[in-house]
Design a protein around this ligand. Structure first.
Ligand code: GLC
Length: 671
């Protein structure tokens, strides 16, 4: 078994000295290291921190090791304490003994043995070595097991993508976008000022943006953290403006958090998991010294303990966007970054009990991070998953170690798009078909494969569905179709080409036809319609924050504007995007950039909406800049991949036992 330890540890700033400089553990701090900010080029591997609130840091005992890597070792390994560690157990600095590394035992032991919680689907086995805080990632090649991943070479060439080549030259220059917004309106100026104010620094370098930055908010909960999903529009705004440092830092720091040891009530979630959010905390080291640490939340503190499934997918999507817009492809080629991508994919592609190619998740695992009846296979996750797979296929370095993974990606892309296009799609014709469904069909030939009872078609839908247009339903499970319209999933299906070209067009037609319901006075409804009365009581568990037409339950979220803009631009419907941006531009500054709006048409600022919500601000700015720079927008969406349609991973069709249904479906899709 060959192990390659490939992570290079480079120094980074992590000690913040206040007032006077004093020696630390008797070792004087040389001037040059008293405080420094990592410049981004030297910033190869800034090992981030995982710390607990002060009260949870217990039983520290200082030990200075022979190799002069000073650290604290725990005197007890009991309890729920989390690792509290430094980012700089890194070569140069640590061997000079300049920094003290504090550690608290986690419930798991400090074994240096191989992590086994990995997916062994014939991909590389990736694990974290070292047990303690510095975790060089190790890739280990696993022998091929030809039975697991099909031998069949798909017809898709690795990394091939119809649109990507378009952008591999010319447009990558940051200079090209520097002119964006030269003639800024007053609203844009205010938005930029607010966005800049929301920037969070870590050791002197920008690493993200606060979720909300309202100085009058006395109870920010976790809105004072950097959320992975919330940062995406901020990142795009910065990238489009030509400021890439914050995005690069964000990508690298969150990568570090990914490999961190984490426990939720004695259980360790999957290794590739990205946190929902993180916070920069300042921790006193002794009288005059402070340390800045990154404290991630993997759901263990989040309300409802929801799993941030979308975080890793967004991270991959942002990584690709960073490369496309800046032309800095070296970042995605780095070994640690490649490993980060693989860890996320290993989590997503691992086998489970599931029967479908869609990802099975718990309720609240995405933007809607509360109980809203979206457990199972929610569209939003599927669309992000599909995009992340397409991004990864472009970014993964092709070698012996990755070829099985890439084959699995292609197979999954093909199966997933078929599944969603075929079974999630509804329009008038399809609803009429469902209306006439027979049930209890036991056979592989069943028309009503999921045993949907026609009585499930909600009354609102019969009247609501327009003659022209259609959409992808919110979720599909055995005997269950969730007919609600979820905006982000539908928009992102357009952007990633998860839908067919015709479906994508039809989704925008539906939004146009149902403008009052889906856009109304503020773009855009997070979902439509709201759950009311008994449904609200049973499905949300009587959630007072998600009352009908509020927050996640039919509220209007201005951040969705940038995704709408991108989708409209892809489909050549700039008119729709401009109409929506105009609405937002007049209302948002007057209302102090709220997080969401309430009521059926988005008339009121949301009951509990944060003000100066960063992704509202960034979503608006990104939309404006995309509209002004269509060539930049084209770097962020995907066209149909016709090669994918050729891959049939359906073994049944090959065995001849059953005619593969996708041949017929494909011809239907392409007309
Ligand atoms: C709410 C939203 C979530 C967002 C977070 C921070 O929890 O539901 O999507 O990431 O606030 O803005």
């Amino acid at each position: 078994m060959k192990s390659i330890n490939f992570m290079t540890m480079k120094p980074c700033c992590r000690v913040l000295i206040s007032r006077k400089i004093s020696p630390f553990l008797g070792i004087p701090l040389p001037k040059s290291h008293q405080f420094f900010a990592p410049n981004s080029s030297a910033f190869q591997f800034n090992h981030s921190l995982h710390t607990a609130p002060k009260t949870r840091i217990v039983n520290l005992q200082s030990i200075l090791k022979e190799n002069q890597q000073p650290f604290f070792a725990p005197s007890s390994t009991r309890g729920q304490s989390r690792i509290f560690s430094s980012s700089c157990l890194c070569g140069k600095l640590s061997h000079r003994g300049l920094y003290v590394i504090a550690r608290v035992a986690s419930v798991r032991n400090y074994s240096t043995s191989v992590e086994t919680r990995v997916n062994d689907k014939n991909f590389e086995r990736i694990y974290v070595q070292g047990g303690l805080n510095v975790k060089p990632l190790v890739v280990e090649k696993i022998d091929l097991d030809e039975n697991i991943v099909s031998n069949e070479e798909p017809n898709v060439k690795v990394g091939e993508d119809s649109l990507d080549d378009k952008s591999s030259d010319g447009l990558s220059s940051v200079e090209a976008v520097k002119n964006v917004g030269r003639e800024q309106s007053e609203v844009d100026k205010e938005a930029w000022r607010l966005l800049e104010n929301a920037v969070v620094s870590y050791c002197g370098s920008p690493v993200g943006t606060l979720a909300a930055n309202d100085p009058n908010d006395k109870l920010p909960l976790n809105y004072d953290q950097v959320f992975i999903r919330d940062f995406v529009p901020s990142a795009l705004a910065f990238l489009l403006k030509g400021d890439s440092e914050i995005v690069r830092n964000f990508l690298l720091h969150t990568l570090q958090l990914q490999s961190w040891e984490k426990t939720v009530d004695c259980y360790s979630p999957g290794q590739g998991l990205m946190p929902a959010s993180f916070k920069v905390r300042t921790v006193p080291l002794d009288e005059n010294k402070f340390e800045e640490v990154l404290d991630p939340d993997f759901g263990e503190s989040a309300i409802g303990r929801v799993a941030p499934v979308d975080s890793g997918l967004w991270w991959i999507i942002l990584l690709r966007a960073y490369g496309k817009i800046t032309g800095d492809y070296a970042l995605q080629e780095r070994v640690d970054v490649q490993t980060g991508i693989k860890l996320i994919l290993n989590l997503c592609l691992s086998d489970g009990f599931d029967m479908f190619p869609s990802l099975l998740v718990t309720d609240g695992s995405c933007m809607i991070d509360r109980r809203m009846g979206i457990h199972g296979h929610p569209l939003e996750i599927q669309a992000l998953f599909y995009s992340a797979l397409r991004c990864s296929r472009e970014m993964l370095r092709v070698d012996d170690g990755s070829k099985n993974l890439i084959r699995a990606i292609n197979n999954r892309l093909s199966a997933l798009s078929f599944h969603i296009r075929e079974y999630y799609w509804v329009d008038m014709k399809k609803i009429n078909e469902i209306y006439r469904y027979k049930t209890e069909e036991y056979s592989t030939e069943a028309t009503n494969k999921f045993n949907i009872y026609p009585e499930q078609i909600p009354h609102w839908l019969m009247d609501w569905i327009p003659e022209k247009g259609g959409y992808l339903i919110g979720n599909l499970q055995p005997a269950h179709m969730d007919f609600r319209f979820f905006t982000l999933g539908n928009l992102w299906s357009i952007v990633s080409s998860l839908g067919t070209p015709k479906q994508n067009e039809a989704i925008l037609n539906l939004i146009e036809a149902k403008w009052d319901d889906l856009v109304g006075l503020m773009p855009l409804k997070i979902c439509y319609p709201a759950l009311e009365s008994e449904e609200w009581r049973i499905i949300t568990g009587s959630d007072p924050k998600n009352t009908p037409w509020s927050y996640h339950n039919g509220g209007s979220w201005p951040t969705l504007l940038w995704q709408f803009t991108l989708a409209c631009m892809k489909m050549g419907r700039m008119d729709l995007a401009k109409k929506a941006v105009d609405l937002a531009e007049t209302r948002l500054p007057a209302d102090r950039w709220p997080e969401y709006y309430d009521t059926r048409y988005g008339k009121f600022v949301g009951k509990q909406a944060r003000l100066y919500q960063t992704w509202t601000i960034a979503g608006y700015l990104t939309s404006k800049m995309l509209l002004e720079n269509p060539e930049m927008a084209s770097l962020l969406f995907w066209e149909e991949d016709y090669d994918l349609l050729e891959i049939c991973v359906c073994a049944l069709s090959k065995s001849g036992r059953k005619k593969c249904s996708r041949g017929a479906a494909k011809s239907q899709i392409l007309v």
